[in-house]
Design a protein around this ligand. Structure first.
Ligand code: ATP
Ligand code: MG
Length: 731
């Protein structure tokens, strides 16, 4: 049975019906979360077809993600039937432009068989460009360079224009890589994501006849999540809908969260200026969430100053209060989340797939993943790699594995290929090492030792610079082996990161993505620190545990799973139960955003997006202390929580006590004896440490029943030590 026009309008409120049936001319739908914007857009497409305004191929619907595009198409299959739905153009900006360029790109010299370079390909191209310039990719992060190039491209800056406005040494490096990168793409007949958009615009600009054809083709254009479109996307929309002007955009300025990706919130605020005759429709009612959640979210967003005053309301029942919980630390927080999930699902009315756990940065997923694995709760991680699959984590683990076992050739290769320790050691050298290893049936490590003059076997045929570099790397590894016999796991980790150059690579890079990688490494460090009390074999115990977690990670792919997701990736989604974790100053708002009012407001919008994903139950958790930047810091609850009216909140039984904190995989250090062994330490004291020598205390922090001491050592730099274990002698 083909559903008719009536069916398409049933289940919509009055304003929604108006939004669906106002088909001619520009339409701007501005409305809060959960008010049915996406639903309206979907039904509008159905209506255009069923009411005879347009054939499916005359409609272009643009979504923010491929997932959203699939969902919209599935809904439409139910509304208008499979056959009609298949003829629609529903997709992201990138997918749509790729189609256009395959068809007509020839007019501007683009081979229709062009390859699309995804993120990994783009990074590889940057790496090649760096090498061609004689620059070391281990020294200049390809990731940072790429994001700079992408930003330039999305602002139509040619390599030449970029070079003309260079202001820093870093920009100077980028300005040299950028033209090379473009050359590599051209040589490989490849387009990156930015090219898809900008080349389509160029096509339209240079060939008005092509543009006219698309304008005639796509008579109705619809755009979801309009608040997060950037300049180029805006221009594309304006071009394609230029002739018929049947453009319908829906968005919510309060949910604009991609400012860092050049999304331009002005696109929605200026829509009325660009289209003075636009019909503006507001949807008032939230259908998604309980009244408690809607009221709380509304109170939070109203604290933003750069916004249009607007109320969010609902007719839904009040529902449960918002559950606010202080946890002892991130391990306890994860444990709390896992046990709540257990409790909720055991009662039978909720399934794993109804639940989402959200956080600000990818690094925060690690403790959550571990707690879920231990509690045997299946989960899927969205918008980021699983913790132990991340590159920087794999590299650091490989390094630790080599330290634990020099003959682990796979790890050794990973270390030499991916860390600055192996800078300048090329594939050819590695091939020779492998040939040597196969021939002599010796571990590769021994061959390197021979090159370094540390073994009497006949060395591989490597000479000159590569041989010297290998010998140097070997010397560093040797220091680490020696150190591993004396150092605590966390100390060894610090030393290994420093000597291998990984610390400098990530810590000093200064761009957000590298800092995030650094934060991930610090997360790993805090796992290692929990093995500091194990004694002999601690490193091995850690490596075994981490290998198990890694394996368990890849097992589940049944569909009933809890969703672990960053706030950014959660946009547009909804779940019956949402946990917002790590709602603390420095995380949300993120430390990077504290400088400007505009950025702070974007962080608040991010929190708002998170809150409004929840349909029935919303949990907000924060910790008393959190391992951050390698050491445990006292946390401060996010200022955003203060704006939630107290009568909507249930605080539970007050802050959890440390003694309710969960057992660790390996028991923590035994409580230090209070007295003789650890002298009272204070900032400024001169101390002596058996391994690190002379130093001065820079900081003392209480941790549980112990002290964490930060010492600036004369020869070894800054170290964070546990007072009870460090055996410091006070001068
Ligand atoms: P967001 O801003 O988060 O993207 P949205 O405005 O796009 O939200 P939708 O996802 O379209 O909102 O709708 C939110 C929920 O409300 C969905 O589950 C949708 O099915 C439901 N909904 C929307 N309108 C109605 C209605 N008139 N009657 C019943 N349910 C509705
Ligand atoms: Mg939506």
């Amino acid at each position: 049975r083909q559903p008719g026009k009536r069916d398409i309008l049933t289940g919509l409120n009055e304003e929604q019906v108006r939004a669906v049936t106002t088909v001619a001319g520009p339409v701007l739908i501005v409305a809060g979360p959960g008010s049915g914007k996406t639903r309206v857009l979907t039904h509008r497409v159905g209506y255009l077809i069923e009411a005879g305004y347009a054939s499916p191929w005359h409609i272009l619907a643009v979504t923010f993600t491929n997932k959203a595009a699939r969902e919209m198409r599935t809904r439409l299959e139910a509304l208008i039937g499979l056959e009609q739905a298949q003829r629609l153009t529903v997709g992201t900006f990138h997918a749509t432009c790729a189609r256009i360029l395959r068809r007509d790109g020839g007019r501007i010299g683009i081979d229709p068989r062009f390859t699309i370079y995804d993120d990994a390909d783009q990074l590889e191209a940057v790496r090649q460009a760096l090498k061609a310039l004689g620059l070391d990719p281990k020294q200049f992060s390809p990731r940072s360079i790429l994001s700079r190039i992408s930003a330039a491209k999305s602002q139509f800056q040619s390599p030449q224009q970029f070079a003309e406005q260079v202001q820093s040494y870093w920009d100077e490096v980028v300005s040299r890589v950028y033209p090379r990168y473009e050359e590599i793409l051209r040589r490989n007949q490849a387009l990156d994501f930015e090219d898809l958009l900008t080349e389509t615009l160029r096509l339209f600009h240079e060939h008005p006849d092509v543009l006219a054809r698309y304008q005639d083709w796509y008579r109705y254009v619809l755009v979801d999540e309009y608040q997060d479109t950037n300049r180029v996307q805006y221009l594309l929309v304006r071009s394609i809908s230029g002739a018929h002007r049947n453009l319908c955009v829906v968005g919510d300025p309060d949910q604009s969260i991609y400012g860092w990706r050049q999304a331009d919130i002005r696109n929605i605020l200026d829509f009325k200026r660009d289209y003075p005759d636009a019909t503006e429709i507001h949807l008032e009612l939230n259908y998604r969430s309980t009244r408690s959640i809607v009221e709380a979210a509304d109170a939070v967003i109203r604290a933003n100053r750069l916004r249009i005053e607007r109320r969010l309301r609902t007719e839904n029942p009040r529902g449960e209060p918002i559950r606010l919980r202080e946890c002892y630390d991130e391990g306890h927080e994860a444990q709390f989340v896992a046990s709540e999930i257990r409790r909720l699902t055991l009662r039978g009315d909720l399934r794993y797939r109804d639940i989402a756990v959200m956080y600000r940065t990818n690094a925060q997923s690690r403790p959550l993943e571990e707690a879920l694995i231990r509690a045997d709760i299946p989960y899927q991680l969205i918008g980021g790699l699983r913790f132990y699959e991340r590159k920087e984590i794999k590299d650091a683990l490989a390094l630790l594995r080599v330290i634990a076992n020099p003959n682990d050739s796979v790890s050794l290769q990973r270390v030499l290929a991916n860390t600055p320790l192996g800078a300048g050691i090329g594939d050819r050298t590695w091939q020779e090492l492998e040939r040597w290893a196969a021939l002599t049936r010796q571990p590769v490590a021994r061959g390197i030792a021979a090159l370094a003059g540390q073994s009497d076997v006949a060395p591989p045929q490597i000479s000159g610079r590569p041989a010297r570099l290998l010998a140097e790397a070997w010397g560093t590894l040797q220091q680490l082996w020696e150190a591993s016999e004396r150092l605590l796991p966390s100390e060894l980790f610090d030393l290994a990161l420093e000597r291998s150059g990984l610390a400098q690579l990530y810590h000093d890079a200064g761009d957000p993505e590298q800092i995030e990688r650094w934060e991930n490494l610090l997360q790993l460090r805090s796992v290692l620190a929990s093995y500091d009390s194990v004694g002999d074999g601690a490193l091995r115990a850690f490596l075994e545990e981490s290998a198990l977690v890694t394996d368990a990670d890849t097992l589940d792919d049944a569909s009933d799973q809890v969703t672990l997701i960053t706030l950014h990736a959660a946009k547009g989604l909804e779940f019956p139960v949402v946990f917002l974790t790590g709602v603390e100053e420095g995380l949300l708002p993120h430390a990077r955003s504290l400088e400007s009012e505009a950025q702070l407001e974007e962080e608040r919008r991010l929190f708002y997006v998170g809150m409004t994903r929840a349909r029935q139950r919303l949990y907000i958790t924060y910790t008393f202390r959190r391992a951050r930047f390698g050491a445990a810091d006292l946390s401060v609850r996010s200022r955003f929580v203060d704006d939630i009216p107290v009568h909507l909140i249930d605080r539970g039984d007050g802050p959890a006590r440390p003694d309710t904190s969960p057992a660790r995989p390996v028991d923590r250090r035994t409580t230090p004896s209070d007295g003789a062994s650890s002298p009272p330490l204070a900032v400024g004291m001169r101390v002596f440490h058996a391994r690190f020598g002379d130093g001065v205390v820079a900081e003392v922090r209480p941790v549980q029943s112990d002290q964490e001491v930060v010492v600036d050592f004369k020869r070894h730099g800054r170290k964070t030590l546990l007072a009870s274990l460090a055996n410091l002698t006070v001068d």
